[in-house]
Design a protein around this ligand. Structure first.
Ligand code: TRP
Length: 337
């Protein structure tokens, strides 16, 4: 038996922050040698809310470079740009025609994003999870690493696959594999620096709420200096009345590579005046190798292009095979010979 296949994607909107890294990408990197991995830049998803054509390509490029800078190893992993494989959009259309509208209307993320968009809600925003289902099912993965907020989309993906298999498949041989979620380990949920009860997020209007992977040491110093804390001396984990304290200790644990128990002992008598500089220096040191590698990658002309060219070929091969099976099952006319 070959290695299990893993697939995931990130939207190229805004820059990657510590939440993306510690909650997702770092886990992909740690597990990558056990699996056959496909990671992509979800640029088609990035236009489901109003976007700037001047920055879309650059953001996609930066995200690819950051994947590699974070340790994605091309021996185990294929990276590619979603819109470079047209099968994503094609399969999404086919799925549109077998997905009941009310499955989409109850998606929590849609309801939240639609509220923020006011009048400006596109069909694409509603259809976002159907495209995500196509992203996933094209590659017949065994596992999809997702955060809490994407669980409902993975559930929908499984429902769409089951429905298509039931309506058009042969009971003995299903067309689409039903993927399982790969839930991240506890402790990797990184919260906002300005509100310890909310997730660190690209869409938070305040830059001070997050540390981006490409932030300079000065930016990191400033953000940690100004982050929300509490007036209590002695820093402890797991006190529900001190969400910021828990979050900052968690960040320190993850970035320093120590155990939670060791950090609990180290910080139990500290005040913020002592802890903040420690967290600052630890963060700067942890991000330095990623930032150096990022610079090396973007400075090497042609390198990233060749990685993404190869990614597009490899991904396209698998995706087109699945699309062909779906087209056949649904009775489309073959391409003329
Ligand atoms: N919706 C995901 C997010 O915002 C990104 C994404 C798009 C994705 N397609 C995917 C994740 C397929 C996993 C699998 O995080």
């Amino acid at each position: 038996m070959g290695r299990q296949r893993v697939l995931s994607g990130v939207q190229p909107t805004g820059s990657l922050h510590l939440g993306n890294y510690l909650g997702a990408i770092r886990n992909w990197v740690e597990g990558q040698s056990q699996y056959d991995n496909y990671f992509f830049m979800a640029d088609l998803h990035a236009i489901t809310i109003p976007h700037d054509p001047k920055t879309l390509a650059a953001n996609t490029y930066t995200l690819a470079a950051l994947y590699l800078a974070c340790g994605i190893d091309l021996n185990f992993t294929t990276i590619f740009v979603q819109s470079h494989v047209p099968a994503h959009a094609e399969l999404a259309w086919i799925f549109n025609c077998i997905t009941p509208l009310n499955w989409l209307e109850r998606m929590i993320q849609f309801k939240e994003k639609a509220l923020k968009q006011g009048e400006n809600v596109s069909i694409g925003l509603l259809d976002y999870p159907v495209l995500q289902a196509a992203d996933i099912l094209l590659y017949q993965p065994d596992l999809v690493p997702v955060g809490e907020d994407q669980k409902q989309h993975l559930e929908l993906t499984r429902d769409i696959a089951t429905r298509l298999n039931f309506q058009f498949g042969d009971p003995k041989r299903s067309i689409l594999k039903i993927p399982e979620p790969l839930i991240r380990p506890e402790g990797a949920r990184v919260m906002s620096l300005t509100d310890g009860t909310r997730k660190m997020s690209k869409s938070d209007p305040s830059e001070l709420s997050r540390i981006n992977l490409l932030d300079s040491p000065d930016q990191i110093r400033n953000k940690i200096k100004r982050c929300k804390t509490d007036p209590i001396r002695g820093l402890i984990f797991d006190d529900p009345t001190r969400p910021e304290c828990h979050n900052l200790l968690t960040l320190y644990t993850l970035l320093s590579g120590q155990t939670k128990a060791a950090v609990a002992v180290e910080c139990q008598d500290m005040g913020w005046g002592q802890f903040k500089p420690l967290l600052t220096e630890t963060t700067i040191a942890a991000l330095k190798p990623i930032q150096d590698k990022y610079q090396a990658i973007v400075n090497e002309t042609g390198y990233l292009e060749s990685v993404l060219r190869q990614g597009r070929e490899r991904a396209g091969e698998i995706a087109n095979q699945t699309l062909k099976q779906v087209r056949e099952a649904l009775g489309f006319m073959n391409y003329p010979a």
